[in-house]
Ligand binder design. Structure first.
Ligand SMILES: C[S@@+](CC[C@H](N)C(=O)[O-])C[C@H]1O[C@@H](n2cnc3c(N)ncnc32)[C@H](O)[C@@H]1O
Length: 406
């Protein structure tokens, strides 16, 4: 039964979630046999029951202006480039929980000068969360990251809560949608979305579900549209339809238009790092850049930032893997990055993800543990474009739970 719920939600269930789910199922099953109850869950009549079971395992933690570093790159890089192509943007917050992300996106669009015809679609599997989301009204503690000027411009106080101004709120639409179900939503008036934000959702998913969801999300992006995942959810060698957009502080993915000029031959080969003891003297090539289109040029503008060799390689590895390069190269690159810069906790975390992808759970948990220990001891290097230490710590903990470790 738990397996069915896991398949239907895409979620990889931790031991605690399985225990909670078992308890909830035992309470609801009553006199029905396990087989009969499962049939009921699969039936149209059982949909509400299934939704309630799903809510037992859901994590709705969210915030207005969550992950400011990443949002700053959305604000200063992604939105201006997209608005250059069209003043009206169609945005989707997939897995919007209680609406904070939708409110944030509506505000960012308005502040960036998007046309009032721009829209944000919020979807979530959880009916309760979605009901709350539609109010677009928030408790004072949810407002802690909202800059004072934004608060003043876009919210009104009502009975001790903060309501998003009606005009902006009217640009949101809502659909209950399970990312495991097809068809996926379309934007108003059809076409593809300019921007899809799916943050901190896939981190709870099984490998297979993750892959399917990313493919389906990419299909709903217009060519040239941008996908924003959570900073702990980088794509490792998954979609040839995407190119990575790297900034000093964040990493996004752009759906290829198919009209990109061919990439120039790389000036140096990809680092051929032996898996365990890469030679420290092997040169790290300059970042391979495809000749960009006008919009892509703006989107992929590179900012100067002082990085260690390991950090530079780490970023390259992410770029290659997002472009669909094979995983063994990704892994070798990560190991070499760690050889060069041993306190690179995000590289350790990604090694864990790769091991998890190939089902080597013991190796994966060992990598997550090592990353976590580094972070807990304050020995981890802060990587500007990846998760901050606190969030990375939580991502490691979440991954260990996912694998059934406490
Ligand atoms: C941790 S919240 C993330 C909220 C927001 N995106 C953010 O980053 O702050 C994860 C949300 O994903 C939703 N979710 C989980 N599985 C889902 C699925 N299969 N389809 C749609 N939403 C799902 C959960 O209900 C929850 O509200």
């Amino acid at each position: 039964m738990c397996r069915y719920v896991s398949e239907r939600t895409g979620s990889s269930l931790s031991r605690q979630q399985v225990a909670r789910l078992d308890e909830a199922i035992a309470q609801r099953q009553g006199a029905l046999s396990a087989v009969a109850y499962l049939e009921h869950l699969k039936s149209v009549r059982g949909a509400a029951e299934l939704a309630e079971l799903m809510s037992v395992i859901s994590v709705h933690k969210t915030d207005l202006f969550r992950d400011e570093v990443q949002l700053e790159a959305v604000r200063t890089k992604v939105l201006p480039a997209l608005l250059n192509e069209s003043p009206t943007l169609k945005v989707w917050s997939a897995g919007c929980a209680t609406g904070e992300e939708v409110a944030t996106l509506l505000i960012l669009l308005q502040e960036a000068g998007a046309s009032p015809a721009s829209t944000v679609l919020g979807t979530d599997i959880a009916a309760g969360a979605l009901n709350t989301a539609q109010q677009l009204t928030f408790a004072p503690e949810a407002m802690k990251r909202v800059p004072a000027a934004i608060r003043q411009r876009h919210f009104r106080e009502e009975a001790g809560r903060f309501a998003l101004n009606r005009e902006l709120a009217g640009r949101a639409s809502w659909v209950r949608h399970n990312l495991m179900d097809h068809p996926y939503p379309l934007p108003p008036r059809g076409g593809g979305f300019d921007l899809i934000v799916c943050r901190n959702v896939l981190i709870y998913f099984t490998e297979l579900a993750w892959e399917r969801v990313v493919l389906a999300l990419v299909e709903r992006l217009r060519p040239g549209g941008v996908l924003v995942l959570g900073a702990a959810e980088p794509l490792l060698g998954k979609s040839e339809q995407l190119e990575a957009l790297r900034y000093a502080n964040a990493f996004f993915y752009r759906r290829r238009t198919g009209h990109e000029p061919p990439a120039p031959a790389p000036s140096a080969p990809r680092p051929s790092a032996p898996a365990w003891r890469p030679s420290p003297s092997a040169p790290i090539p300059p970042p391979p850049r495809s000749a960009p289109t006008a919009a892509a040029a703006e989107l992929s503008a590179v900012e100067p930032d002082p990085r260690t060799e390991g950090e530079r390689l780490f970023e390259l590895v992410l770029e290659w893997s997002a472009a669909g390069q094979p995983d063994d190269q990704t892994e070798a690159g990560l190991r070499k990055a760690l050889y060069l810069t041993p306190d690179l906790a995000p590289a350790r975390y990604l090694l864990g993800m790769l091991a998890e992808q190939r089902g080597a759970n013991a190796d994966a948990s060992s990598e997550y543990r090592r990353a976590l220990a580094m972070l807990k001891d304050g020995k981890a290097r802060q990587t500007p474009f990846f998760l901050n230490s606190e969030r990375l710590k939580r991502a490691c903990q979440q991954a260990l739970l996912r694998l059934g470790y406490r």
